[in-house]
Each structure stands twice: as structure tokens, then as C-alpha cells.
Design a protein around this ligand. Structure first.
Ligand code: F6R
Length: 369
């Protein structure tokens, strides 16, 4: 049932191109427009939405953090992403014009369920993004967009994360399309790029051997740090979470702009720092800033592991290890940038002799608060 792989996690990482293609299936028409009629929230209601609030836990929360960038950019609707476990305890402001998006692979996460119940009690509409047909979270929501990733068995989430991202992009683009923002052309071109994304994820998977080799050389390290900016920041958090849960190593993700406000004090000789570099074409200011961050930490002795777009020559001189990913529009980069981090964590866990599919102390679905 592991399809020839040693672990479900490896199988699920390999299934990602198909999983993202399945999330898109039937949701883009021949003219390149989105058709999400299945969502059953009338366009008239979506046009009136004044705020989007995303609630989720763990890896799904990281997908939600990325969705915030996409939703605000393409729709100009204010969006906040909140840990489901914190949400209802701070008396959040919700009304009939609030769209709450609850993201959950299992559809059974108690914190997320309690958050959506609270939101509905306040009159908000709830859209679930979920991987498990007929589970509690979609049943209790006003609408659901299934991710269609297929069953995820490994405790550490991989293909569910990528498909949650795709579903979030679909919702963001759809909201933009329905509301007719000035980004119309960009929306159409991103929809086109999204339909190519499975191929790009596949390309990343084909180039992972050096990442595995690198991971094996780091098995005796105590700490790995992850840096990113913009949508690369949640990717850094996700890379750190994967490493904690699988390799049982201390790992932390930071927004690279925060380095000088504290974390740079952690940089010492040979500490591995993974840096997710934004595309040099998109938000190039951020690209240049992160390149100077890489120079700074390298000057202080860090071992720099740089994930950058193929052909980005400006970072190569400062990368002790360079992991190249295909070019994508800025907002879609997490779909390709996360994959090496999954492979990295999985290989480190194996090198440290850990149980990859069943990390200690963790359960696949957390049905208690
Ligand atoms: C991390 C992981 C967890 C889950 C979280 C939410 O690899 O698997 O952080 O993402 O427990 O689970 P769902 O998506 O089922 O609500």
C-alpha cells in the first residue's frame, strides 16, 4: 500500500503533482475562467463580503497565512489568518459580511471546528477547505471546497498542504473574478500558470537527490533556522515545523526582515540557515533585501542553504548549498519552494533513525482541544 516507497510520507510527497492537478480538475473552464459553482455561496453574497478570516492549525495555518497574501492582493478584501485555537477566546469581530475560511485536512480538528462554530453563531458564512469527504468541518460549514488530495496517511502533512494552497488560490482568484478587481488580467494569467504547476512540482521532485545528501550531512546538528519574506515567510515556518515534528530538532522560522530585531544573535559558526528567496522578477525589492540578509548571516559564519529560482545568479555566490526551483508568479512560489523542505525533513528524520510516518507524541487528527 506504500506503493514501493519506504514510508507513506515519501509516497505522499511523490503524489503531489497529481494531487495538485486533482485539486484543479474541473474547476477551470476552457476559456480560463474559474467555475466554483460547487461552493454554493451565491456570487451576490461574495460581492458583499467585507472581510475574510481564515482559521486553521499547524500546517493548514501556514497555508492560510499564504492565502492572506493572495486574497488581499487579488481581491483587496481585508483578510486575517488566525490560529483556530486562539480565535474564539479573543472575542473576534464577525458579522454577516465576514467570510470565514476553515482549512483542515482531516476535517476533524477540534480547535478548527470550535472556531467555525463560533463564527457561525456570530452570523458569519463559513467556507471549509477540506480533504476528507463528509467529515465534521465541511458538514458544519455553509460550503466546502474539497482538495481531492486522496488519503494522507503520514502524520506529517505534505500533499494536503500543497492542495490546500491550490484551493486557497482558487478561492482568492474566484473572489477576485466575481468582484471584478483591477487585477483581471493578472488573475487570468495566474490561472494559466496554476494549470502548469503540477509539471513544475514534478520538476522539483526530480532534482531532490542533492537535498537528500545535504540532509544526511546535517543529522548531528542541534538547530536549523529558516528565513523567508512575503509568502516565503510561511514557507519558512512550514519548513521548521516539518523538521521539528519529524527530525525532533530545534528549528525556527523567521521573517527575514526580523533578523536584525533579534534572531541574528543566534547565528554562529556553521549553524545551518535555510533561506527562501523570492523571485528576482516579481517583488524585486524583497529579493535584493533577502540577498543582503544572506550576505549578513554568511559573514557571521552561517552555513547558507538557499532555495532560489533557477537562473537567479545574484544569490549563488553566497549559497553554501543552492537548491533551484522553477520560476513561478510570486504568490505561487510556495507550491514549489515547500517541496525541498519536505524532502529535507523526511531525509533528516530517516538519518536520525526516527519513525517517519508516526512521529512521537503526534496524532494524525487532533480531535481534542
Ligand atoms: C503538520 C500537521 C499538523 C496539521 C494540523 C491540522 O505536519 O500535520 O500541523 O496540519 O494538526 O490538521 P488538519 O489539517 O487535519 O486540521
Amino acid at each position: 500500500e506504500k506503493g514501493g516507497y519506504d514510508y507513506f510520507m515519501l509516497k505522499e510527497i511523490a503524489e503531489q503533482p497529481k494531487a495538485v492537478a486533482d485539486t484543479l480538475l474541473g474547476r477551470i473552464d476552457l476559456a480560463g475562467n474559474l467555475c466554483l459553482d460547487e461552493v454554493h455561496i451565491p456570487a451576490s453574497v461574495l460581492r458583499e463580503v467585507s472581510k475574510v478570516v481564515i482559521v486553521a492549525c499547524g500546517t493548514a495555518y501556514h497555508a492560510g497565512m499564504i492565502a492572506k497574501y493572495a486574497i488581499e492582493h487579488w481581491t483587496r478584501i481585508p483578510c486575517e489568518t488566525e490560529l483556530a485555537s486562539e480565535f474564539r477566546y479573543r472575542d473576534p469581530i464577525l458579522d454577516q459580511r465576514t467570510l470565514v475560511i476553515a482549512i483542515s485536512q482531516s476535517g476533524e480538528t477540534m480547535d478548527t471546528l470550535m472556531a467555525l462554530r463560533h463564527a457561525r453563531e456570530q452570523g458569519a458564512k463559513v467556507l471549509a477547505i477540506c480533504n476528507t469527504n463528509g467529515s465534521t468541518i465541511p458538514r458544519e460549514s455553509d460550503a466546502v471546497l474539497y482538495t481531492h488530495a486522496g488519503p494522507e496517511v503520514a502524520v506529517a502533512s505534505t500533499k494536503a498542504f500543497l492542495t490546500q494552497l491550490v484551493a486557497c488560490y482558487l478561492v482568492a482568484l474566484y473572489l477576485g473574478q466575481v468582484r471584478g478587481t483591477k487585477w483581471g488580467d493578472e488573475i487570468l494569467s495566474v490561472i494559466r500558470e496554476l494549470s502548469e504547476i503540477a509539471t513544475q512540482v514534478d520538476q522539483v521532485l526530480e532534482t531532490m537527490e542533492p537535498v537528500r545528501e545535504l540532509a544526511r550531512t546535517l543529522a548531528d546538528k542541534n538547530t536549523v533556522l529558516f528565513l523567508g519574506r512575503h509568502v516565503g515567510y510561511p514557507v519558512a515556518l512550514e519548513g521548521a515545523l516539518k523538521l521539528k515534528e519529524l527530525a525532533y530538532m530545534h528549528a525556527e522560522g523567521f521573517a527575514a526582515g526580523e533578523l536584525k530585531h533579534g534572531p541574528i544573535a543566534l547565528i554562529e559558526h556553521d549553524v545551518p540557515v535555510v533561506v527562501v528567496v523570492p523571485s528576482p522578477r516579481g517583488r524585486s525589492v524583497l529579493h535584493d533585501k533577502i540577498v543582503s540578509n544572506i550576505q549578513e548571516i554568511r559573514a557571521r559564519g552561517a552555513r547558507t542553504i538557499v532555495i532560489a529560482e533557477r537562473g537567479d545568479e545574484t544569490v549563488a555566490p553566497y549559497a553554501d548549498h543552492l537548491i533551484e526551483i522553477p520560476a513561478t508568479p510570486t504568490l505561487l512560489q510556495p507550491l514549489v519552494a515547500t517541496v525541498p523542505l519536505q524532502v529535507f525533513a523526511c531525509e533528516l528524520a530517516t538519518a536520525r533513525g526516527n519513525e517517519v510516518d508516526q512521529p512521537r507524541n503526534l496524532a494524525k487528527s487532533v480531535t481534542v482541544e
